[in-house]
Design a protein around this ligand. Structure first.
Ligand code: ADP
Length: 247
C-alpha cells in the first residue's frame, strides 16, 4: 500500500469511527432517558417497601438497571476510545474498599450459587494510583465473568501484589475454562465463545473493554486457562514503589 493510499485509508477509518461514535452517542442518550426514571422509581420503591419479597424485587430492578446504565457508559466510553485516546483521571484510592464494594453487590448471587471468594492483598498495595472508575470497570467485568463462568459452586481467588514497577492483579476461578484455540479471540469486541453447555447472557464486549482500559494505564493483560478446571486473568497497572503505599 502506497503512502497516499495508506493516508486515505486511515482517514476513512477515522471518519467511520466518528460516525460510529455519533450513532452510539444518540442510542446511549435515548436509552438512558427512560432508564434514569426506572432507576429513581425502583430506588424509591426499594427504600419504602417493607422488608420481604417486594423489597427484594424492587432492589433487584434497581441493581440491574444500575448495571445496565454502567454498561451503556462503557459502550460510549469505548466508542470514544476508538476515536482518540482519552485522558486518564488518576487519583489515589483504597483498592481493598473498592474490591469489597464490588463483591458485596455480587454477594447474593454467590450465596445462591455457593461461590466463595478468597482475597489476598499485599499490605503495600492498599492504596494505589489509577483511574478509579476505569479500574472498577476492569474488576467488575473480570469478577462478573468469574462468577458467570463458574459452575454452581466454586472458589474465586483474587490476589493483588506488587513487584518493582507494577501492581499485579490476578482473578482466578474454578469454572468451565476456555479452549486453547479460543484464547486469541476472547478480547475481540463482540466475540463470544459459542457451544457452551450453559446459555449465558452477554454482549461479548466485557473483555475488550477490560483490555482497552488496562492498555490505557500502560499495563498488560493475559490469561491462563484449562478446560473444566478454571481460568486466571492477570493484569498489571504500572506503579512505582513510592506510589503504591501502605494503609
Ligand atoms: P461475554 O461474557 O459478554 O460473552 P466477554 O468479552 O466478557 O463477553 O468474554 C468473552 C468470552 O470469553 C465469553 O463469551 C466467554 O466464553 C469467555 N470468558 C470470559 N471470561 C471467562 C471465564 N472466567 N471463564 C470462562 N470463559 C470466559
Amino acid at each position: 500500500v502506497s503512502y497516499e493510499n495508506e493516508k486515505k485509508l486511515r482517514k476513512r477509518i477515522q471518519t467511520e469511527m466518528k460516525s460510529r461514535l455519533e450513532f452510539t452517542r444518540i442510542v446511549v442518550h435515548d436509552l438512558k432517558t427512560p432508564l434514569t426514571s426506572i432507576i429513581s422509581s425502583s430506588g424509591v420503591l426499594s427504600n419504602i417497601a417493607a422488608d420481604g419479597k417486594y423489597k427484594a424485587l424492587a432492589s433487584n430492578i434497581y441493581e440491574s438497571t444500575m448495571n445496565l446504565n454502567i454498561r451503556l457508559d462503557e459502550l460510549l466510553d469505548m466508542a470514544q476510545c476508538e476515536v482518540r485516546d482519552p485522558k486518564l483521571n488518576k487519583s489515589r484510592f483504597n483498592i481493598k474498599e473498592m474490591l469489597e464494594h464490588i463483591i458485596s453487590i455480587q454477594q447474593e448471587i454467590c450465596n445462591t450459587n455457593h461461590i466463595v471468594f478468597n482475597i489476598v492483598i499485599a499490605p503495600e498495595v492498599t492504596f494505589i494510583i489509577a483511574d478509579e472508575d476505569r479500574l472498577k470497570q476492569i474488576l467488575d467485568n473480570l469478577i462478573d465473568n468469574a462468577i458467570k463462568y463458574s459452575a454452581d459452586s466454586g472458589i474465586i481467588s483474587i490476589n493483588i501484589s506488587h513487584d518493582q514497577n507494577n501492581v499485579l492483579f490476578s482473578i482466578s476461578d474454578s469454572g468451565i475454562g476456555i479452549e486453547p484455540g479460543e484464547i486469541k479471540n476472547i478480547f475481540k469486541p463482540y466475540y463470544r465463545v459459542e457451544n457452551r453447555q450453559r446459555k449465558l447472557q452477554g454482549l461479548g464486549l466485557g473483555l475488550s473493554i477490560v483490555r482497552t482500559y488496562v492498555k490505557l494505564h500502560g499495563g498488560r493483560i493475559w490469561v491462563e486457562s484449562e478446560c473444566g478446571k478454571g481460568t486466571t486473568f492477570l493484569f498489571t497497572i504500572p506503579q512505582p514503589p513510592s506510589k503504591a503505599t501502605p494503609a
